[in-house]
Ligand binder design. Structure first.
Ligand code: FES
Length: 103
C-alpha cells in the first residue's frame, strides 16, 4: 500500500442515495442530491477551483429525513435540508474561503 496527500483543500460529499421507501434525501419538490452535486461542480469549475475542491457522491448518511444532506471535510460539517437558494452561502463558507485568491 502507498499513501499520498490529496490535492483537495476540501471535499464536499453530497448524498445521492435513492431509496424506494420514499424516505430519502430528495423529498418530492426538493432538488435532488445529484442536482446539488451538479450545481456545486459547475460553480467550482466556473471559479477555477477544479482539482482543489472535490464534490463527491455519497451514499446514505443516515439523516434521510433531514435531506438534502451534504457533508464537508475537513470541516466535519453536515449541512441538512439544503435549498438551492442557499448555494451562495455554501459557496461563501466552504468554497470561496478555501483559496485566498478567490474573492
Ligand atoms: S438518503 Fe440521504 S441521508 Fe439517507
Amino acid at each position: 500500500m502507498r499513501s499520498q496527500k490529496t490535492p483537495y483543500q476540501r471535499i464536499i460529499f453530497v448524498c445521492c442515495n435513492s431509496r424506494e421507501d420514499g424516505v430519502c434525501c430528495s423529498p418530492e419538490g426538493n432538488p435532488t442530491g445529484e442536482q446539488f452535486r451538479e450545481w456545486l461542480k459547475e460553480y467550482i469549475e466556473k471559479k477555477g477551483l477544479k482539482g482543489k475542491i472535490r464534490v463527491a457522491r455519497s451514499g446514505c448518511m443516515d439523516l434521510c429525513r433531514q435531506g438534502p444532506n451534504l457533508m464537508v471535510f475537513p470541516d466535519n460539517i453536515w449541512l441538512n435540508g439544503v435549498r438551492k437558494d442557499e448555494l451562495p452561502r455554501i459557496a461563501a463558507e466552504y468554497i470561496e474561503t478555501t483559496v485566498p485568491s478567490v474573492a
